[in-house]
Design a protein around this ligand. Structure first.
Ligand SMILES: *[C@@H]1O[C@H](CO)[C@@H](O)[C@H](O)[C@H]1NC(C)=O
Ligand SMILES: [Mg+2]
Length: 460
């Protein structure tokens, strides 16, 4: 008797277990369960089907209710294998274009309106951080200037950008270097980026002294700055970098394929989840340039920059826009520069603006004056002054909800509710926004924005 009922109990338990296993298998999403080699990354880099693209499988998009379904597969359906792209130096548009197949349609304003973005916790879809994000994709890429020796520092940056944002969007990533990228750099970065990766070598004329520069004069400046211990004051390559970021990154063949860029440097950190697509936010809200940190430039590096800017304003009044942000840059209506600038190691911006006649004329005028070499002009004040004078002030956006660190400054959103909603891991005490050396309060005042609750407690 006892033995018989024990057997029945065993049968029943076994049946339950069996049903539970069946249920588990049939209800798991593609990124959840199937224990196939693909999901473990086995065969990554050796077969074009095992590149971790399973996230994009349309069957995993059940949770996208409430959003238009257009464009969901746009980043995954192309099926372009990643390993055939690295090393291709010229435009890969031919290969990449199929993945943009429906961008033209889906970025048309009608469709955007049909698939609204969840911008606050009150909006539908806000909490959905799993799987591929619904909605259209912009014509956009990440861009990183890096050396082969930066591989582990850029890897850290990529990992954070992917975890906090891009794993759900799979945007492309362009890497630029004045030397050829080596195989390890390509392997590591391609393994981390969920979108397609492209590697470009910067042409010599974009990373060298233009012929109108007097080498002796430039050398004396570097020696003098070295003595005065001005940061990077004696560096030639830092100057090439600043000039490249000021005038040439957006002209590289690989960058011509895109309208929007997001600049990512080695060793940055992102502290909060990004619940919506910043590229799409920029496009829908007619923004052209954005920032998360602003501060005063080190005067010794730009003593005559504003003189060049004033000369440009006089020669090109047609490029100076009404309703601009002169009030951010100058306290006396443009007579002198207050040294405020947006910190350009983070930027989400519009490439077509940088490629416009206005910006091109601006860069060329500054370049001819020689300050990239006779002083040490940074790309941050150059971009900022351009945005400040040649964009309407509403076209410059402050991304409060993108929490960011680049040595030595942190932007950590003000207000505990925001930080909790966004799952932030930054220390609010580190937030630079309202400190004396930040220009962000000035930006808020100029644009009539209300400062977030609690900012007064973060002023020192
Ligand atoms: C993306 O933008 C670039 C630059 O404006 C343009 O040449 C290209 O045709 C665009 N691609 C798509 C698919 O719209
Ligand atoms: Mg840096």
């Amino acid at each position: 008797m006892a033995a018989g009922s024990a057997r029945i109990v065993r049968y029943i338990l076994f049946a339950f277990f069996f049903i539970a296993v069946l249920y588990f298998i049939s209800h798991s999403s593609p990124q959840g369960l199937p224990l196939t080699p693909d999901n473990f990354g086995v065969g990554k880099g050796s077969s074009s089907s095992g590149l971790g693209k399973t996230e994009g499988a349309p069957s995993g998009e059940k949770e996208s209710t409430g959003f238009g379904s257009t464009g969901i597969e746009s980043s995954s359906s192309a099926g372009t294998s990643k390993e055939d792209i690295p090393g291709s130096k010229q435009s890969t548009k031919g290969k990449g274009s199929s993945s943009y197949g429906d961008i033209k349609d889906s970025t048309a304003h009608g469709d955007l309106a049909e698939a609204p973005m969840a911008l606050t916790p009150a909006d539908a879809g806000w909490d959905n951080l799993l799987g591929t994000a619904p909605g259209p994709r912009m014509n956009a890429t990440f861009v990183s200037l890096a050396r082969n020796s930066d591989v582990w520092d850029i890897a850290r940056s990529i990992r954070q950008v992917e975890d906090r944002f891009n794993r759900r969007y799979n945007y492309d990533w362009v890497f630029l270097n004045d030397k050829p990228f080596d195989a390890q750099f390509k392997r590591v970065t391609t393994s981390l980026v969920s979108g397609k990766t492209f590697y470009g070598e910067i042409p010599h004329e974009h990373w060298s002294f233009p012929d109108f520069i007097d080498q002796d004069k430039a050398k004396k400046v570097r020696e003098d700055m070295a003595q005065r211990k001005i940061i990077y004051g004696d560096s030639v390559s830092y100057r090439h970098m600043c000039r490249f970021e000021s005038g040439f990154f957006f002209q590289q063949p690989l960058m011509l394929n895109y309208e929007w860029y997001w600049r990512v440097e080695p060793s940055i950190e992102l502290f909060c989840d990004i619940h919506y697509d910043p590229f799409r936010f920029m496009a829908e809200n007619k923004k052209k340039y954005s920032f998360v940190l602003s501060l005063y430039e080190y005067v010794e590096t730009i003593p005559t920059l504003w003189d060049s800017v004033k000369k440009f304003m006089k020669n090109h009044p047609e490029h100076i826009v009404e309703g601009n942000s002169m009030g951010f840059l100058s306290d006396d209506g443009g007579d002198t520069y207050n040294h405020c600038h947006f910190w350009s190691n983070f930027e989400v911006g519009n490439l077509n603006w940088l490629r416009s006649k206005a910006y091109t004329d601006f860069f060329e005028a500054l370049d001819k004056d020689g300050g990239f070499f006779y002083e040490r002009w940074g790309d941050a004040p150059v971009h900022s002054i351009a945005a400040g004078l040649m964009l309407k002030k509403e076209e410059i956006h402050f991304f409060n909800d993108i929490a960011y660190y680049h040595v030595p400054f942190t932007h950590c959103p003000t207000g505990e509710k925001t930080r909790i909603d966004l799952g932030c891991h930054c220390n609010p005490k580190d937030n630079f926004d309202w400190k004396g050396y930040s220009c962000t309060a000035r930006y808020f005042e100029l644009n009539g924005l209300e400062k977030p609750e609690g900012y007064e407690n973060q002023q020192d």
